[in-house]
Design a protein around this ligand. Structure first.
Ligand SMILES: [Zn+2]
Length: 448
């Protein structure tokens, strides 16, 4: 069995105080011990000393679309052309139009869409892992394959395997939790996405959970303008079992609210040609969707940028199984009104961090999202935001022994943040040093 003692300038478990000059003992990918003293029984074990950095739990990205990971820079989000629109920021509709035009262009040139999506996904998984992400909740659409995820991670270490890596990582170095996207703007799209989701769910059962792909698969009714109440009800029924997960974009833009609440605004012209009568009769308001989602086993609300104070207050009663995912840099990309993060925090509603996709974000680094959230909401503090991308989502998903924690018995898929040679002596200075660090990497990659 591969065992190792890692001596580090700093160990920061997040849920307990930082340890200066600490020891982390791992064996075959599990944490045996950590603390400021090294117990006698480990003193004869192989030992390495890491300097000028800090060990943190692995990072969790609670909202992503890996299929867009081949987009080099975010698609420009321009202002709405509709002068009567009340949107403060950029137009979601015009941006969505660009995402769709990009896909249409690929189809029109006769390229193999499955191959393009596979390569994008492989690139995304690799990018996520190399910035120390250990779990990604990923919205997936057809065509897609769980084999892509396994392939992506098989090349991580290539010929770099060492005793150091073997002791730290046993099993998959990153986990992906797919949520199959559902859209029912019309009957044909509804059938297509629903049948595809059922097919994937029956193909990938819990037995597959040994690998990168985490079963059971979740479902992702896309958004209130593309997924009807009927579809959301069906998705909730299908994921009501233990381990079931539902993820939905909700209250993301003012354009969305104008459409679903009043059938007005820029979204009207864009979506109306697509929808059929059945869909039109089942469009839900934010309140209606919140009520539906409250009946789920676990629900992630992607963004929640425009949830009202009243809606947030209402969510308090459901905070054990409903969480909100804030994507700070995507939020900035669209120049939305200030995110109600403080209200969620005050109401103790779980608030996690996500990157969303490279169509609205320059990269897939959760560490950069953390830094952005700390900059925009300094009053909540770096510890709160670090828990939002480690411990809190880990507990929400019931994965405390796998990812996002630094605990005895947990898997040792951890983060290394190089801090440079300047010595950090206090906990407070430590957070400042982490905030000015350039990057976070998987701990097992510290020597490469
Ligand atoms: Zn999204």
């Amino acid at each position: 069995m591969a065992s190792l003692v890692v001596e580090s300038d700093w160990i920061l478990p997040v849920e307990s105080p930082a340890i200066r000059g600490g020891f982390l003992v791992v064996q075959s990918g599990r944490i045996e011990y950590f603390g400021s003293e090294l117990p006698v029984r480990y003193r004869s074990w192989p030992r390495v000393r890491l300097e000028d950095g800090v060990i943190l739990p692995g990072l969790i990205n609670s909202h992503c679309h890996l299929e867009f990971s081949d987009i080099e820079s975010p698609l420009l989000a321009v202002e709405s052309s509709d002068n009567e629109s009340t949107t403060g920021g950029a137009s979601m509709v015009r941006w969505l139009g660009k995402v769709m035009a990009r896909r249409k262009a690929l189809v029109d040139t006769g390229q193999d869409i499955a191959q393009i999506k596979k390569e994008a996904t492989l690139r995304g998984v690799r990018e996520a892992w190399s910035s120390a992400t250990r779990l990604v909740v990923d919205n997936v659409t057809a065509p897609w394959s769980e084999d892509w995820l396994e392939q992506a991670s098989s090349g991580f270490f290539a010929d770099r395997r060492s005793e150091f890596i073997d002791a730290l990582v046993c099993g998959p170095p990153i986990l992906i939790r797919p949520c199959v996207e559902l859209v029912d703007v019309n009957e044909a799209r509804g059938k297509q996405t629903w049948n595809y989701a059922l097919e994937l769910m029956s193909r990938i059962d819990e037995r597959r959970s040994q690998g990168v792909c985490q079963a059971p698969l979740g479902l992702a009714p896309h958004a209130p303008y593309t997924a009807s109440k009927r579809l959301v009800r069906g998705a909730i029924e299908r994921t009501s079992h233990p381990g079931g997960l539902l993820s939905m974009h909700l209250a993301e833009s003012l354009e969305e609210l104008q459409w679903i609440e009043d059938r007005e605004g820029p979204m009207k012209d864009w979506i109306e040609p697509w929808i059929d009568t059945e869909h039109a009769m089942e469009i839900g308001t934010v309140d209606e969707h919140l009520r539906l989602l409250s009946g789920s086993h676990r629900a992630l609300i992607a963004h929640g940028n425009y949830l009202s104070a009243h809606q947030i207050k209402w969510l308090e009663s459901y905070r054990d199984w409903m969480a909100v995912v804030y994507c700070p840099r995507t939020h900035e990309h669209f120049r939305h009104a200030m995110h109600p993060a403080n209200r969620f925090a005050a109401s103790k509603i779980p608030l996690f961090l996500g990157t969303d996709s490279r169509a609205s974000n320059p990269d897939l680094s959760v560490f950069e999202e953390w830094k952005t959230a700390c900059r925009l909401f300094p009053e909540l503090g770096p510890e709160y935001w670090m828990a939002a991308c480690t411990l809190r989502p880990s507990e929400f998903f019931g994965l405390e022994s796998s990812v996002g924690t630094l605990r005895v018995g947990s898997r040792s898929v951890l983060t290394w943040v190089p801090l440079g040679p300047a010595s950090v002596v206090t906990q407070e200075a430590l957070w400042d040093a982490i905030l000015s660090a350039e990057r976070a990497i998987p701990l097992e990659m510290v020597y490469s």
